[in-house]
Design a protein around this ligand. Structure first.
Ligand SMILES: CC(C)(COP(=O)(O)OP(=O)(O)OC[C@H]1O[C@@H](n2cnc3c(N)ncnc32)[C@H](O)[C@@H]1OP(=O)(O)O)[C@@H](O)C(=O)NCCC(=O)NCCS
Length: 185
C-alpha cells in the first residue's frame, strides 16, 4: 500500500516537472545589472549546488528533489540569482508554474532567500523587483507568491516589490500575494 502511495506521489511530481518544463520555455527576458558590486542575473546551472546549500541553511530543509531536477533543465528561465564580484552566490529567487494555477498565465515565486550576512540591506526587495522585470512584457499576466503569517520580512519585501495581498491560502496558512505584469502576447 505504502509502495503504491510512493509510486503515485512520484508520478504526480513527475507530471508537475513535465508541465513546468513545457510551460517555461523562453519565458523570460535576458536582462541583468550590477550595482554596488552585486550582479542580478538569470540562473545558470553552475549555481545550482550553491542554491541547494543556501536553501538548506535558510530553510533548514533541502530543496525538493523535483525542483532540483526542474532547475537542472530550466535554470535560466525559472531562477534569478545575485552574485558578488567573485561570483559567490548571495541570493536566489525560484519560480515554477503551479498546477492549481494552470488556467492562468501566472508564474509562482516559490522561494526567495538572501544569505544571512547580506539580509536587511534591501537585496530581497531588489531581487524580487528584478525578477518581475524579467517576466514583464511577455507571456504572463502576473506573479503569485505566499508569505507565511509569521514571516513579516517575506511579506514586507513582497509588498515593497509591488505585490499585494489578494487572499489567504489555507494550506499552508499564509498570505497569497499577486503582482500584475503587462502581457504582450
Ligand atoms: C525574506 C528575505 C528574502 C528578505 O530579504 P532581505 O534582503 O533581508 O530584505 P530587505 O532588506 O530587502 O527588506 C526587508 C524589509 O523588511 C522590513 N522588516 C524586517 N523585519 C521587520 C519587522 N519585524 N516588521 C516590519 N518590517 C520588517 C525591513 O525594515 C525592510 O524594509 P525597509 O527596507 O523598509 O526597512 C530574507 O530575510 C531571507 O532570506 N529570509 C529567509 C528565507 C525566507 O524566509 N524567505 C521568504 C519566504 S520564501
Amino acid at each position: 500500500m505504502q509502495f503504491m502511495h510512493n509510486l503515485s506521489e512520484r508520478y504526480d511530481k513527475f507530471k508537475v516537472f513535465r508541465y513546468n518544463v513545457k510551460r517555461s520555455k523562453d519565458i523570460r527576458n535576458d536582462y541583468s545589472y550590477t550595482e554596488n558590486g552585486l550582479t542580478f542575473k538569470r540562473g545558470e546551472i553552475k549555481y545550482l549546488k550553491a542554491i541547494q546549500n543556501l536553501h538548506l541553511e535558510l530553510f533548514r530543509q533541502p530543496l525538493y528533489p523535483f525542483l532540483v531536477w526542474l532547475y537542472r533543465f530550466r535554470m535560466r528561465e525559472l531562477v534569478s540569482v545575485v552574485v558578488d564580484e567573485n561570483d559567490n552566490l548571495i541570493a536566489y529567487d525560484l519560480f515554477m508554474f503551479q498546477p492549481v494555477e494552470k488556467d492562468l498565465k501566472v508564474i509562482h515565486e516559490i522561494y526567495v532567500g538572501v544569505r544571512h550576512k547580506y539580509q536587511d540591506k534591501g537585496i530581497g526587495v531588489k531581487l524580487r523587483q528584478y525578477s518581475s522585470q524579467c517576466y514583464d512584457e511577455g507571456y504572463l499576466d502576473g506573479i503569485s507568491t505566499l508569505a507565511d503569517f509569521d514571516n513579516i520580512k517575506a511579506l514586507r519585501t513582497a509588498q515593497k516589490a509591488g505585490f499585494a495581498i489578494t487572499k489567504t491560502s489555507a494550506k499552508p496558512l499564509a498570505h497569497y500575494l499577486f503582482k500584475h505584469l503587462t502581457r504582450r502576447y
